[in-house]
Design a protein around this ligand. Structure first.
Ligand SMILES: [Zn+2]
Length: 230
């Protein structure tokens, strides 16, 4: 992703996972009873922001946005399993933000009573001056996506720290997940991985570390992957 590499390195300003550069605010929130991660991404220059997978503790996300004088304009969904959209309606009604979801997941999002913007692999959109690229990564869910911005990848339930998403739910597909992971392995090793659940030994990782430490990413072929997955 050449455009991602050209941008400057972000420096952390707290010891956990909140940080800012002159242009960006990013915060990971651990929420709810299923160890979900929600995210707030903000562009410092325009004060525009997006929420990712708002669930369980929407007021906490909105309080953070308010404290940083951010206006939430977009809501990004990695997929539409209930634990990732549990707070969607509340977040939309409190912010009026536009919802972005892969077209294979849009029916489930619409069923919650919100309007959606359908996205597909390779689509790009902006959060203020910040570019976000959509990577379609089916396997855990047919319309599962990852969001890539600068050197950061929000992976939903496709890739966890040292684990991957399950494929035994409706629409899950082990072969598709294997293929999606091969695509993610092509990203630069320094790409930071921000998953949809806190299931690993640390809350975030890098593609390089996952290629070394994640048994599912170490599989050389589909057969090996299926053997440890099923
Ligand atoms: Zn899921």
């Amino acid at each position: 992703m050449p455009w991602a590499k050209e941008l400057p390195t972000i420096s952390f300003y707290t010891q956990d996972t909140a940080f800012a550069s002159d242009k960006m605010i990013f915060r990971q929130f651990r929420v709810g009873p299923m160890e979900n991660f929600n995210y707030v991404i903000g562009d410092e220059s325009t004060k525009e922001a997006a929420l990712v997978d708002p669930s369980w503790e929407v007021p906490k996300l909105l309080r953070f946005a308010e404290e940083n004088r951010l206006k939430v304009k977009k809501i990004l969904l990695t997929h539409t399993h209930p634990d990732h959209v549990q707070g969607l309606k509340e977040a939309v009604s409190k912010t009026g933000a536009a919802v972005y979801v892969h077209h294979e997941e849009s029916r489930a999002a619409k069923a919650l009573g919100v309007k959606v913007n359908e996205v597909d692999n390779g689509d790009e959109f902006s959060i203020g001056a910040l570019k976000v690229k959509v990577l379609h990564t089916p396997g855990h869910a047919p319309g599962a996506v990852c969001f890539l911005f600068r050197n950061k990848l929000i992976t939903g339930d496709t890739l966890f720290v040292e684990a991957v998403g399950r494929t035994d739910l409706p629409g899950g597909n082990t072969k598709h997940l294997f293929e999606s992971l091969q695509q993610l392995k092509k990203l630069d090793d320094s790409t930071e991985v921000y998953p949809g659940h806190d299931y690993g030994p640390k809350p975030h990782s890098t593609i390089g570390d996952e290629k070394k430490n994640n048994p599912y990413l170490r599989c050389k072929n589909l057969e090996e992957f299926q053997n440890i997955k099923d």
